[in-house]
Design a protein around this ligand. Structure first.
Ligand code: S3P
Length: 443
């Protein structure tokens, strides 16, 4: 896909609807596939990551179709009913797709092989393989627990009592999905809260799920296995992680006012908004409502001056995907920003700590990278922008979009080397931003 250039732009104005939530879209397809009956899904993200999950669920025997009305319909096979796939399941770029599917397959008596693109094949999978092995599944992985992985699901899975060693909604969800086809109670102890879309959606589908207090008062998610999930209608909110790009662009370009319609504001996902407000941003929630068990709002962002900030490590799980775009806001803000507790960023679609630091340096922004901390010296206005080197995106959609946002707010244009990764999570990114007034062109 072509390289792109973001030119310094004037104020952004207007209304838009960012695409459907990626986390919720994966879960809707997977849970729909293990229900009895037909689930219809409105607003599903039609990005490559989710389309890979849709293809995988089809390969496992579920009927998955997009109607001409834009609704996705999933006819499920019931708990434990997934069939053995004929071929390798290619999960593309998606860690969520791969890890959640390994969980679901761990309690099905089938053999499947999962792979993905070069980025996904480099990401750690032992974090799900270890607990799922304890549930009775067998795995053959490449060195370091990497994909491609062969999973042989348990004939009679055991329910786990598992304490999460890493703050990861993907690991939590993999264990819960495996627990769907295990008898008795699966318990996940979660010392640090992470996004709870799986729990909310399981409740929406009629599973028996309770949150209890553990020995040290930490939440314990208790799922009763082998429920009869009831097919239902789901409406997927717009993704706050995608909304973050037009939101930050609007905050950084003086005179801007942008309304983002129908965005998820689940408290486990809005650490970026809390942080930007602490930096001085004017962000309002309007028309707050609930859809399919998830809180949603229209978000209005108005440009203004931002000041640097210290982001505490405890906030990382609620904004884990938003640090690249926060770093762009920090580059424009007045003063220094310090973001701590970012070790997990090193095992995302790219090593986001290193890649953000590399890109900011190319754009003339002073930055320090420590093992799990990023320090950005704000320019107090437009940063210099790209030199003659395009930002290397390393197959990472959020790196690509973040640096395009920075280009809009810089003195000189910023180019990225590859726009293809954007298709994984935000099809229509360039046209949505252009519709608000952003100047993004082929490089
Ligand atoms: C996700 C969880 C997060 C996040 C990812 C989506 C999910 O990953 O970074 O983009 O849908 O559960 P981790 O669980 O690895 O933190």
């Amino acid at each position: 896909m072509p390289a792109l250039t973001a030119n310094p732009s004037d104020a952004l104005q207007g209304d838009c609807r960012p695409p459907g939530d990626k986390s919720i879209s994966h879960r809707a397809l997977m849970l729909g596939a293990v229900c009895v009956g037909e689930t219809d899904i409105a607003g599903l993200l039609e990005g490559e990551d989710v389309l890979a999950t849709a293809a995988a669920m089809r390969a496992l025997g579920a009927e998955v179709e997009r109607g001409s009305d834009g609704l996705w319909r999933v006819r499920g096979r019931g708990i434990g009913g997934l069939a053995e796939p004929d071929d390798v399941l290619d999960m593309g770029n998606s860690g969520t797709g791969a890890r959640l599917l390994l969980g679901l397959l761990a309690s099905h008596p089938v053999t499947a092989v999962l792979t993905g693109d070069a980025s996904l094949r480099g990401r750690p999978m032992a974090r799900v393989v270890d607990p799922l092995t304890a549930a009775g599944a067998s795995f053959v992985t490449r060195a370091g627990g990497r994909l491609p992985i062969t999973v042989q699901g348990a004939r009679a899975a055991m329910p786990l009592d598992y304490r999460l060693p890493v703050a990861s909604a993907q690991v939590k969800s993999a264990v819960l999905l495996a627990g769907l086809n295990a008898p008795g109670q699966t318990r996940v102890i979660e010392p640090t809260a992470t996004r709870d879309h799986t729990e909310r959606m399981l409740g929406h589908f009629g599973a028996e799920l309770a949150i209890e207090a553990g020995d040290a008062g930490e939440p314990v998610i208790c799922l009763t296995g082998q429920p009869e999930l009831t097919a239902c209608s789901l409406r997927v909110p717009a993704d706050p992680s995608s909304a973050a790009f037009p939101l930050v662009a609007a905050l950084l370009l003086p005179g801007s006012k942008v309304r983002l319609a129908g965005v998820g504001i689940n408290p486990c996902r809005i650490g970026l908004i809390d942080t930007l407000r602490e930096m001085g941003a004017d962000i309002r929630f309007e028309n707050v409502r609930e859809t399919s068990g998830e809180p949603v709002a229209d978000i209005v962002a108005v440009a203004g001056e931002l000041r640097g900030i210290e982001v505490p490590a405890e906030r990382a799980p609620s904004m884990i995907d938003e640090y690249p775009v926060l770093a762009m806001a920090a580059a424009v803000a007045e003063g220094r920003s310090v973001m701590r507790g970012l070790g997990e960023l090193r095992v995302k679609e790219s090593d986001r700590l290193a890649v953000v630091a590399e890109g900011l340096r190319i754009c003339g922004v002073a930055v320090e990278e420590e093992p799990d901390t990023l320090i950005v010296e704000g320019c107090g206005g437009r940063p210099p922008g790209g030199g003659n080197k395009a930002i290397p995106t390393h197959l990472d959609h959020r790196i690509a979009m973040s640096f395009l946002v920075l280009g809009l707010a810089s003195e000189r244009p910023v180019s990225i080397d590859d726009s293809q990764p954007i298709e994984t999570s935000f099809p229509g990114f360039v046209s949505l931003l252009r519709g608000l007034g952003a100047d993004i062109v082929a490089a």
